[in-house]
Structures are given as C-alpha cells and as structure tokens.
Design a protein around this ligand. Structure first.
Ligand code: 4HU
Length: 446
C-alpha cells in the first residue's frame, strides 16, 4: 500500500513486469507486510507534513535530534503490560544481542540525555521525527510502521513546560487550517489516579499497570477492564472507585473529590491558567478518563482528538519525571508528546484541508537538434545557478511530447535551444501560461 493514498491505484499490482527474479518470475514488488512505499506524490505530502513539524519545532526554539531505528530491547522492557512493549519488532542479531526496531522515540531520547549527562545544559528542548515500528499479527491488518514527531522538554518541573508543548501542538494544527472546532485536546493528570488508588490502599507497584488497563476504557468493554483490574488484585470496590473517578469532566468536580490542596487539582488549574495566557484554552478540556497507555507517565497527560469522533487519537503525551531513573540515571523532570503521521492525514482529508502539492518545475530546456545538447546544458546550468528548477528534455523527443511533458510538470516556461537563435546568442522562450513566445538573449533568461 502506498503511504497516504486510499485510492485503488495504491493497491494495484506492478503496472509492468519488474526485474526478472532468479526463478524467471516477477519479484513481489510490494513492500514488506505492514509497511509503506512513498512514491513521489506520497513523498511530497510527507515532506510537507514534516516541514510543518520542523517549522513549529523551530519556532519554539527546539533542536532536532535523531537516534538509530534499531535499539537495545532493554530500553522497552517494562512490566506494565503495555501494547507497545508486547508488540516489539525485536530479534537477536548475529552477535547474539537482543535488539528491536524502536516502537517509540522517548526511551531513545532518555538514553541520549543520560549519555550526555552534565554536558547537556538544561533545559533541553529537543524534537525528532522518526519511523517507529511494531510487530502485530497481521490478523488486524494494521500498519507495522509509522513516522512520529516528538517534542520533549527535559529539566523543567513546572507546568510551563506542558503549556509550551500544548501551544506547539495548537500552533501545528492552526498552520494546517485545523481549528478548535475540529479538534480538542483532553487533559488530565495521573496524580488523580494515584490519589484515588492511594485512598483504596492499592500498592504503588501496580500504579503503571492500572494506568495501562484504564487507558483501554474506551476501547474494550468495561467488564473486560474490571476483569483485568481484578487480575491485578484490586478489590471490586476499588475498581468502582477508579472507574467512577474517571467519569469526572470538570475541575470543580475533581476539586470536590480530591480537595483544593490536591496536587492534581493545583497542577491542572495552573495549566488551564497558562492556556488562557497563551490563548488556546478553547482547545483544552479536562477529562479524567485520559491516562494514556504508556507506563512511564507520572503527571500531566493529554491527547488530541477529532470532535467528530470518527478517528483514533491524533497525538498524545505527558510528563514522565521518573523515566531516567528507570535507566539507572538521576531523576530529571521531563515531558513530551508524540504525533503520528497517519491520523492527521485522515483528518486533513475529512476536513478537505489536503494541500495542493504538484511536482514543481520552472523551466523545461530542450535542444532542437541533438548536437545542440551541450548548449542546452549550458542554458540549464545557468538557470539552475540562478535558482530555477529546470528539467532538461532527454532522449530524442518530438515537440509534441515536450509540450505534453511541460503540461504534466506544470512548468512555467519552455526554453528551446535552436541553431538559428543560438547563432544570435538567444534561445526561444515560450511562457506556458500566457502562451507568449519570444527570442531572449541568454543573459536575460533570469
Ligand atoms: O502508536 C503505536 C505504534 C507504534 C509503532 C508503530 C505503529 Br504503526 N504504531
């Protein structure tokens, strides 16, 4: 399947026989199961999307980082039953090492922060765009890879970090023409659950596993959630208390349940006050059912959703103040988000906000006789040196083909190199929108 296309073309077989394979048949030209090719049209959309990721990240003063797509498996061995760690694309390499294709970027980022140690002056504001992998039985036919944009702030304990990240997400949506009428961001705080669990004497060691199970509350039947929580040894009344707390949708109700001095209440109030300062409060809504499915979140959690309710979460993130210590490092406050490349494209299609990204060429340069090819090359070189995007007609083509080619590429000008004009130091230029045609001295081409 091609990356973002949903039309039949993307699943059509090879339009012509591929290179003969060893047994004489055509090789399977599809990419491996669950992966995508990015032919030019798809790649233009991906490049446009990533350019927007990068421009927002840079406008917030973040620096780009990257890591190997292959990581030690030990980065993801967490005992909380997360889907992401149960679907590792892992294997033993030829050196007997347990490795995996990364399922997410945050652990790699934490590893690099630890590696840099004191040489990395805090706060760090790093962003990455990387391909992430999972190995899922193809029974569900879901993709096994996607690209994820991450922004992370390391070394800031205060809610101002989360506010910056949320502001970046809103800035990204806004650049694409998406408004708070199309998308909202549900916000909560894992300290809500921590407090509720603390009141029902649930051991802290179960906290992450409870969050992973509770995160499924809108994906699997409540009875299944209750069964899985009971499987952790939670008494039935504790399950009821937890699920009841998750139905809270207002900070006033939360304050009534937990008290005005509760950390979760204080942090959420501060976050909403900062959101008002930035002017994106209408994008946010408190929703206690948001816990996110990653074990390492410790505080604020949030996820972007489409208000029409037809799509999966668009993005998500939160605070993870303890991740570095799980890698043996010193605890360092951290928060970040992940933003996948697939759901956002589905949303843009639904909202008719897909960009018009045609293959852009400015000039088509064509020698009218083969022996004028060096002269045509000189014209093309000059135009390119001045920043023009130039397509030189190759092979022995007819004019009819060249004009059809120019139309296909939506070129702006056709530059014909003919012996008569060249003798006068000129070339024939046809403006492909006005259809105006004239001889131009080469030095006046740009
Ligand atoms: O968001 C979970 C996830 C992780 C890796 C690859 C894909 Br597709 N999806």
């Amino acid at each position: 399947l091609c990356a973002y296309a949903t039309t039949q073309e993307s699943v059509r077989g090879p339009s012509q026989a591929g290179p003969p394979s060893t047994d004489g048949g055509v090789i399977d030209t599809s990419p491996p199961r669950g992966t995508r090719d990015f032919p030019p049209e798809e790649m233009r959309l991906r490049t446009w999307l990533f350019d927007n990721f990068r421009e927002v990240s840079r406008s917030f003063g973040f620096e780009e980082v990257d890591f190997p797509v292959l990581e030690s498996e030990e980065l993801y061995i967490r005992k909380a039953g997360e889907e992401i760690t149960q679907q590792l694309y892992n294997f033993e390499d030829k050196g007997g090492r347990r490795v995996t294709l990364r399922p997410e970027l945050t652990p790699s980022l934490a590893r690099l922060v630890l590696q840099k140690g004191k040489s990395a002056a805090l706060p760090l504001k790093w962003f990455a765009i990387g391909q992430c992998w999972r190995y899922e039985r193809m029974t569900r036919g879901r993709r096994r890879e996607h690209y994820q944009w991450n922004m992370d702030i390391i070394g800031v304990p205060g809610l101002e970090a989360e506010a910056e990240l949320l502001s970046a997400i809103v800035a990204f949506f806004s650049r694409l023409g998406i408004t708070s009428k199309d998308v909202g961001i549900k916000v909560s705080n894992r300290k809500v659950l921590q407090e509720v669990l603390g009141r029902s004497v649930i051991p802290q060691r179960s906290f992450a596993a409870v969050c992973v199970i509770v995160d499924k509350i809108e994906k699997i039947p409540r009875s299944e959630v209750e069964k899985e929580l009971a499987g952790l040894g939670l008494p039935v009344e504790a399950v009821d208390t937890i699920l009841q707390a998750l139905t809270l949708r207002s900070l006033d109700d939360l304050e009534e349940l937990l008290g005005s001095e509760n950390e979760a209440v204080l942090e959420l109030k501060q976050l909403f006050e900062l959101a008002r300062g930035y002017g994106f409060e209408d994008w946010l809504q408190f929703d206690a059912s948001v816990v996110r499915g990653l074990a390492y979140y410790t505080g604020t959690v949030f996820e972007g959703f489409d208000r029409s309710g037809t799509l999966r979460a668009i993005c998500g993130g939160g605070r993870y103040d303890r991740l570095l210590s799980t890698f043996g490092g010193v605890d360092t406050p951290a928060c970040g988000f992940g933003f996948g490349d697939a759901v956002i494209v589905e949303l843009l299609k639904e909202k008719n906000l897909m960009p018009d990204l045609s293959h852009e060429v400015d000039d088509i340069v064509m020698p009218l006789e083969e022996q004028l090819r060096p002269q045509a090359a000189a014209v093309a070189a000059r135009l390119r040196a001045c920043g023009r995007r130039v397509d030189v007609v190759m092979g022995n083509k007819k004019m009819k083909w060249a004009f059809k080619h120019a139309e296909r590429l939506q070129a702006k000008r056709m530059v014909l190199v003919g012996s008569a004009e060249w003798a006068k130091g000129s070339v024939r230029v046809k403006d492909l929108s006005s259809r105006e045609e004239k001889d131009l001295p080469i030095e006046e081409l740009v």
